[in-house]
Write a protein that binds this ligand. Structure first.
Ligand code: RI2
Length: 325
């Protein structure tokens, strides 16, 4: 049973708001924040019985879960922490939940470091990497290559509408990587100069499809045409267990104002009541496995078609909500 939202600590609600508004963003960062929120809820809980404690934890998980639908790292994080919640008293439940959240966050960090070392093996000294959006998993591969003494350059797509490519460019410049920032539409031209396309993922489906920031699939198609390998850096918490049983991944659509501000809309159509100008703003798209060369995880690199084996091993088959442990 899930209790009502009034049991949820305000700080958990504020984490949920930050995720929804993308002040906290990126699949791994969202998972980390979700685990931290559950730990905070456990810490602050005033529950007078084990049942009330469990019910508060489930309500907190639901509040965080209902923010953004596409990155499976969010429910996977909630599921992990709630599974660790164990004990016969409120104190036992509290401490096991906090320990579970801490373990999850430690594993997350470790997994990204290991993934980076594995991914760096694909990058040679002098390689040029084209990126899309901002992915900490993808950047971990570049960081490990730099630590191994390789010279890497980057062509960074700005990634409309929110321009997260700027975050990538800033990080790469901090590491001393030469960066060429391009508008998304220039990518095909600059693929001639790239040795790899390197992107992250919000979810990976059982057939090896990669769900990532809108624009990834077109980039992958162009890269295939130009013979540039596409490498996806994704920790195993990006594997979407529900897709094992045929569920599709929900693609988030965001507010039109990310694409067109109210004053820009007004310039196009001054009639406030004009509902025939439609703006669509899907945040993600699906890249079929045939356009992906490798999925790099902390458990090794996989051709996309074989990722299902790892998914079964790690998650089994579940279509339950995270709080239905
Ligand atoms: O987990 P890491 O690799 O950091 O990010 C993975 C993906 O999450 C982001 O989504 P958004 O910006 O939250 O919509 C991007 O699509 C990025 O590729």
């Amino acid at each position: 049973m899930v209790s009502d939202a009034s049991d949820v600590a305000p700080v958990v609600q504020s984490t949920a708001d930050d995720i929804a508004e993308m002040r906290i963003r990126g699949a791994a960062t969202i998972a980390d924040a979700a685990a931290e929120a559950l730990a905070t809820q456990a810490e602050l809980s005033d529950a007078s019985s084990p049942a009330a404690f469990r019910s508060q934890m489930h309500a907190a998980a639901k509040t965080v879960y209902e923010t953004r639908p596409t990155a499976v790292s969010l429910p996977n994080a909630l599921r992990y922490v709630l599974r660790e919640m164990d004990g016969d008293t409120v104190d036992e439940l509290r401490s096991s939940t906090i320990a579970g959240a801490e373990a999850f966050r430690r594993n997350l960090e470790r997994a990204q470091t290991t993934l980076g070392e594995i991914g760096a093996n694909r990058l040679r000294d002098g390689d040029v990497v084209m990126t899309h959006c901002h992915s900490t998993d993808a950047l971990a591969c570049i960081e490990a290559a730099l630590e191994a003494g390789k010279h890497i350059e980057a062509i960074v797509r700005e990634t409309r509408p929110r321009n997260q490519g700027h975050i990538t460019a800033r990080q790469l410049r901090e590491w001393g990587v030469p960066v060429t920032l391009i508008v998304d539409n220039a990518a095909r031209r600059y693929l001639n100069d790239a040795d790899h396309v390197l992107v992250g993922a919000d979810s990976i489906a059982a057939d090896g499809s990669v769900i990532n920031k809108i624009g990834t699939s077109g980039l992958a198609v162009n890269a295939r045409e130009r013979g540039v390998p596409v490498m996806v850096a994704a920790q195993t918490i990006k594997l979407h267990p529900d897709t094992l049983t045929g569920h599709t991944v929900a693609i988030e659509t965001r507010d039109e104002t990310e694409v067109l501000t109210p004053s820009e809309r007004n310039e196009i159509t001054p009639h406030e009541s004009d509902d025939e100008l439609t703006v669509e703003n899907p945040a993600f798209d699906v890249t079929p496995p045939r356009h992906v060369d490798a999925i790099v995880t902390e458990r090794g690199q996989f051709p996309p078609e074989s990722i299902v084996t790892l998914m079964r091993e790690l998650f089994g088959e579940t279509t339950r909500d995270p709080w239905e442990t």
